[in-house]
Design a protein. Structure first.
Length: 265
């Protein structure tokens, strides 16, 4: 029993350290790069005037670390099932070759986007919002540190996706690691406050199926719209995309006297 508990504790510590390292690296890195080093050259791409106060950033950081502790705790489900021989997926996936390695990563990202969209809409229900999602929306003007600034219930909902996926779909552990890397990159950039995505000459998103920074920033400003995480298709299919999204995106990339990112291409 003691070796098993020691293994569980070791797995928890390793997962927590890895996730904290990823979060700190990208949250601080995006903040430092965009808000300090490139603040002047990217001034034309800033979505909102002003910046959130330092107190907000500190609270977001603390809440994100708390969320990561929840992620690591829920992640023990996967580890326990794997150790018990009840999750053969990683072994199966290893025998399916490199094509399935990359295919499973793409499918995992697409499935997570669906999971996020529908659970996100669910916790916006007035009966659930205050308990599950209010903390995240206290960041009306988000920052890179907002990425994991969740209430405990929302952190648990987000954490459940990986154990469920690993249980149901043959997936190698390195794929799950790449998925988590993709998630934190998109999350910190999506809350960065600067429109970083390329645009066409007339100010429309060059990659319209991807959620831009403006897309998610509008969700923080007007919570009844734009529930998607990586892709815009669920919002388009379900009629929940903010009707002023394209106008706001164009404003972020086509301000007078500033070039659209795509024009130099």
């Amino acid at each position: 029993m003691l070796p098993y508990l020691a293994a569980m504790a070791d797995n928890w510590l390793h997962a927590a350290f890895t996730d904290v390292s990823r979060y700190v690296t990208f949250a601080v890195g995006v903040w430092l790069t965009l808000w300090v080093v490139l603040a002047a050259p990217l001034a034309g791409r800033k979505i909102r005037e002003g910046r959130p106060p330092a107190r907000q950033l500190l609270i977001e950081f603390a809440c994100s670390i708390r969320s990561i502790m929840i992620f690591s705790t829920v992640g023990l489900i996967s580890f326990a099932l794997f150790r018990a021989g009840l999750m053969p997926g990683p072994y199966i996936a290893r025998g399916l070759g490199p094509v399935w390695f990359w295919t499973s990563l793409v499918l995992m990202v697409v499935a997570h986007d669906a999971w996020f969209y529908w659970t996100h809409r669910l916790i916006h229900d007035r009966r659930l919002f205050r308990t599950f999602h209010r903390r995240h929306h206290r960041s009306n003007s988000p920052s890179p540190f907002t990425a994991y600034s969740f209430d405990l219930g929302e952190a648990a909902i987000n954490a459940l996706f990986v154990p469920l996926w690993m249980l149901l779909v043959p997936t190698q552990w390195p794929v799950a690691g790449l998925f988590m890397l993709h998630q934190i990159v998109r999350n910190t950039l999506g809350h960065s406050g600067y429109e970083l995505f390329p645009a066409t000459r007339d100010g429309r998103p060059l990659l319209p199926w991807l959620t831009t920074v403006t897309h998610h920033d509008l969700h923080h400003a007007q919570a009844g719209w734009n529930y998607g995480l990586y892709f815009t298709w669920w919002d388009k299919w379900m009629g929940t995309e903010n009707p002023r999204y394209l106008e706001r995106f164009a404003a972020a990339v086509c301000r007078p006297g500033r070039e659209v990112m795509a024009e130099a291409a």
